[in-house]
Design a protein around this ligand. Structure first.
Ligand code: ATP
Length: 235
C-alpha cells in the first residue's frame, strides 16, 4: 500500500483553479521529487497534502486512510511535516530553544531527543546558544529541517530547501539531507534546483500548469534532456 496517494486532486484559491486532476503516489521510505517551473503548482500541491490550501477536491489517502477532509492539525498529528519555503523559526529564541519548542509541539507523536538532532546537524550543536535571527540563511534552513525532523515525521515535505542559499551552503544541506533520507522517513521534495533534487531522489514527478506532465525514475529523467528543457528550464 502507498504511504501517500493523491488521486485526481484539484486545488483552488478562491475562484482560481490552480491544480488539475493531479495524481501522485509515494511508497514508504521513498524519496520523491516534485519538479516544475516557477508557478507550476509545487507549493500548492504540498498545501493540498498538509490541508493548508483554502479548497481542495479529490482523493488523498495517507497510509490507506482518507485524509482529504481532515484539518491541518489532524494531518500534522499523523506525522506529515512541512518545511516551508519561508523558513519558519523563532527569531528571538536560541537554536536550542527552537528545537525544544518543536519537540514540545510534537502532539501525539514521540519526539526524537534534541541531542540526536545535534548529531545529524553538528553545525547546530555549535550554534546552540545563538538566537534564530542571528543565523545565516543556510543555518536557518538547517534549523527548519531539524525542527521538522525532531517531531519524527513519517512523511517530510521539503519546499524548495535550496532557495536563496549560497552554493557552499547548498552542499552542506545536501550532506545533511542525504543522511536524513537514509533514515526511516519518506520524503517529498520540491525544487527548482534540478541537480540537487535528482541527486537526492529516486523518483520524480514533473508538473506543468498545475497538472501532471511526466513521472518516472530519476535515472530515466537524467537521460531526458528534452523534458528538462521543456518543463524545467528557467523562464
Ligand atoms: P514557486 O516556485 O514560485 O513557489 P510553485 O510551483 O510552487 O512556484 P505555486 O506557488 O504552487 O507554484 O503556484 C501555483 C499557482 O497558484 C500560480 O499561478 C500562483 O500564482 C497561484 N497562487 C499561489 N498562491 C496563491 C494564493 N495565495 N492566491 C491565489 N493564487 C495563488
Amino acid at each position: 500500500m502507498s504511504l501517500l496517494e493523491l488521486s485526481d486532486v484539484n486545488g483552488f484559491y478562491g475562484n482560481s483553479h490552480v491544480l488539475f486532476d493531479l495524481n501522485i503516489d509515494i511508497e514508504h521510505n521513498e524519496v520523491v521529487t516534485l519538479l516544475g517551473r516557477n508557478g507550476a503548482g509545487k507549493t500548492t500541491t504540498l498545501r493540498t497534502i498538509t490541508g493548508t490550501i483554502p479548497r481542495r477536491e479529490g482523493g488523498i489517502t495517507f497510509d490507506g486512510d482518507d485524509i482529504s477532509e481532515e484539518s491541518v492539525d489532524q494531518i500534522s498529528n499523523r506525522g506529515i511535516k512541512l518545511v516551508p519555503e519561508a523558513r519558519r523559526i523563532f527569531p528571538t529564541l536560541t537554536v536550542h530553544e527552537n528545537m525544544q519548542v518543536a519537540r514540545d509541539m510534537s502532539k501525539g507523536r514521540e519526539p526524537r531527543p534534541v541531542e540526536e538532532m545535534y548529531e545529524v546537524f553538528p553545525i547546530l550543536d555549535e550554534l546552540r546558544e545563538n538566537r534564530g535571527r542571528n543565523l545565516s540563511g543556510g543555518e536557518q534552513q538547517m534549523l527548519s529541517v531539524a525542527r521538522a525532523l525532531i517531531q519524527s515525521p513519517d512523511l517530510l515535505l521539503l519546499d524548495e530547501p535550496t532557495e536563496g542559499l549560497a552554493p557552499v551552503i547548498v552542499d552542506d544541506l545536501y550532506d545533511v539531507l542525504s543522511e536524513v533520507v537514509e533514515q526511516d522517513v519518506t520524503v517529498l521534495i520540491t525544487e527548482q534546483n534540478v541537480d540537487f533534487a535528482l541527486d537526492l531522489a529516486e523518483r520524480a514527478y514533473i508538473i506543468d500548469k498545475g497538472a501532471n506532465a511526466w513521472e518516472g525514475t530519476v535515472d530515466e529523467l537524467e537521460q531526458r534532456q528534452d523534458l528538462l528543457d521543456e518543463y524545467l528550464s528557467v523562464g
